[in-house]
Design a protein around this ligand. Structure first.
Ligand SMILES: *[C@@H]1O[C@H](CO)[C@@H](O)[C@H](O)[C@H]1NC(C)=O
Ligand SMILES: *[C@@H]1O[C@H](CO)[C@@H](O)[C@H](O)[C@H]1NC(C)=O
Ligand SMILES: *[C@@H]1O[C@H](CO)[C@@H](O)[C@H](O)[C@H]1NC(C)=O
Ligand SMILES: [Zn+2]
Length: 471
């Protein structure tokens, strides 16, 4: 997960007044809500069969084991890296071997950034080596590094108030962790804001809800017309320490060295597999997660888990000999972390068929114990999703929340396609997010089984209903 964006409801309403409506005329709903309710109730036994297979039966732990096999072999999968392309090829082959249909790779161009060697040494008031991780797309420093006095601020407001002090310094942000969605702006815009007031570099307190001295990387963005300065994240511990030292009026000096380089875009692929629809093969329910990750840890949680429960959803449906009326399309996106790069190119290529997309789904916020489904769509579609989720009563996971979203599916949601994301217990997610700690150890196979069951029931039933979800 790169960004959580919580503001789609308004956008979708606006758009539904425009093009979305006209496109959807082709398939005007015929059924009453009561008829749809009865139709969905007819899936009670299918839902139980999926749950039994995924949670208690022979498919249990399969998504965890498949994922472990990949990430233990390949490791992390940064956009532009050989690792990512190896993972894509191995996954493509495994999807074929698992008997899914229309398995193919769709070429896209993705950013290629490498962090290189990097270090940060506090040289005053004492010599102390800090853990850092450069932020994605950051430029490097000169070979000897940048040695400068530090200005610690707790917010962008404080930076503005103390703008005159920032010139020629390294700005350290010690913003509190409020929530990922609120606090991530320091990571994304911290360098630009520091550069605007004449800083030479910026160090950002990791956007993490808990820390045992772990830097958490992620993407950052430069702005046209603003000087590019090197930027990295530091640990919560070091940000707080430098804040304490500075509060006593003591001068802090840091030497920052970063070997980061931005190379030209490289070739990559979105990975696609299907269960082709029996009656409306041209109509799509899209189930997805992203295969790329940051270059630390194993990218097991973000988003190996989401990608592999999405694959598992199709496997469960196939194992039960089910074939929905519409096509279930699995897409494992590439270069999500750089801003939904693979997904954006997929959208440009496939949006010509937007009227054929019933539902787009993405799991990119953990595969811990699910709380329910986040959904964005019309009130009518929401009522249908509530009926679908009631099929998960055996797992007591029936809630439908607002704000269905995902970096990779937001393109479709903003254009009026109903969208769903998995909401799970996020308690631990930001302990590990984008850090060396994002390994298989952060995942629980039993929770992944439950997440896969929810994902499979929702995607199968929506793909098999007589009618597409209304917009
Ligand atoms: C699935 O994983 C859990 C947790 O590691 C373990 O207790 C259980 O025995 C595993 N089930 C199977 C069938 O391997
Ligand atoms: C659009 O849908 C048609 C009909 O299913 C299909 O033949 C065509 O390949 C699709 N185009 C794209 C770009 O996905
Ligand atoms: C079912 O889930 C609800 C809401 O998530 C929770 O309040 C309730 O305690 C759960 N019931 C059982 C039997 O687990
Ligand atoms: Zn992710």
């Amino acid at each position: 997960m790169k960004l959580l964006i919580f503001t789609f409801v308004g956008v979708v309403h606006l758009l539904s007044l425009g093009s979305g409506k006209a496109i959807h005329k082709a398939s005007t709903p015929q059924k009453t809500f009561k008829e749809i309710q009865e139709e969905i109730a007819g899936y009670t036994d299918v839902a139980k069969a999926i749950i039994n297979l995924a949670v208690y039966g022979r498919a249990q732990n399969r998504s965890y084991e498949r994922l472990a096999h990949l990430v233990d072999t390949v490791g992390p999968r940064l956009s532009g890296s050989k690792n990512l392309e190896e993972a894509i090829q191995l996954t493509y082959q495994s999807l074929k071997d698992s008997g899914l249909e229309n398995v193919h790779l769709e070429p896209v161009k993705v950013p290629h950034w490498e962090r290189g060697e990097e270090s940060a040494m506090m040289v005053k008031p004492r010599l102390y080596k800090m853990a850092i991780l450069g932020l994605g797309s950051s430029i490097g420093t000169p070979a000897e590094g940048i040695t400068a006095e530090v200005l610690v601020v707790n917010s962008f407001d404080e930076l503005q108030r103390r703008a005159i002090e920032a010139k020629g310094k390294i700005v350290v942000y010690n913003q509190p962790y409020i929530s990922y969605a609120t606090s991530v702006k320091y990571r994304v815009q911290g360098a630009v804001e520091a550069a605007k007031v004449g800083a030479l570099a910026s160090l950002i307190r990791s956007v993490a809800s808990f820390s045992i001295y772990s830097p958490h990387t992620g993407n950052q963005k430069y702005q046209d017309g603003v000087t590019k300065i090197p930027t990295a994240c530091i640990t919560v511990e070091d940000a707080e320490m430098m804040s304490r030292i500075a509060s006593h009026g003591t001068t802090i000096v840091v030497n920052l060295k970063m070997g980061a380089v931005n190379y030209p875009d490289t070739d990559s692929f979105n990975t696609v597999a299907e269960i082709t629809g029996s009656r409306h093969p041209e109509q799509i329910v899209l189930v997805s997660g992203h295969l790329d990750s940051w270059d630390v840890g194993q990218g097991a949680m973000d988003d190996g888990g989401g990608a592999f429960i999405s694959w598992e959803a199709l496997s469960l449906i196939k194992d039960l000999g089910l074939r929905p009326k519409r096509t279930l399309r699995l897409v494992l996106w590439t270069a999500e972390e750089q801003g939904g790069v693979g997904a954006s190119q997929y959208y440009q290529l496939h949006k010509v068929n937007i009227s054929q997309y019933s539902l787009v789904m993405e799991s990119d916020a953990g595969t811990y114990l699910p709380t329910g489904l986040q959904f964005t769509g019309s009130d009518k579609a929401r009522s249908i999703m509530e009926e679908v989720m009631s099929l998960l009563r055996p797992l007591n996971i029936t809630q439908v929340f607002t704000k269905g979203e995902g970096e990779d599916i937001n393109f479709w949601i903003q254009a009026g396609v109903p969208g769903a994301s998995l909401l799970d217990d996020l308690n631990k997610y930001f302990f590990f997010h984008h850090s060396h700690g994002d390994t298989m150890t952060a995942l629980d196979p039993k929770q992944m089984n439950v997440a896969a069951a929810v994902w499979a029931v929702v995607s199968y039933v929506v793909a098999d209903l007589d009618e597409m979800l209304p917009r």
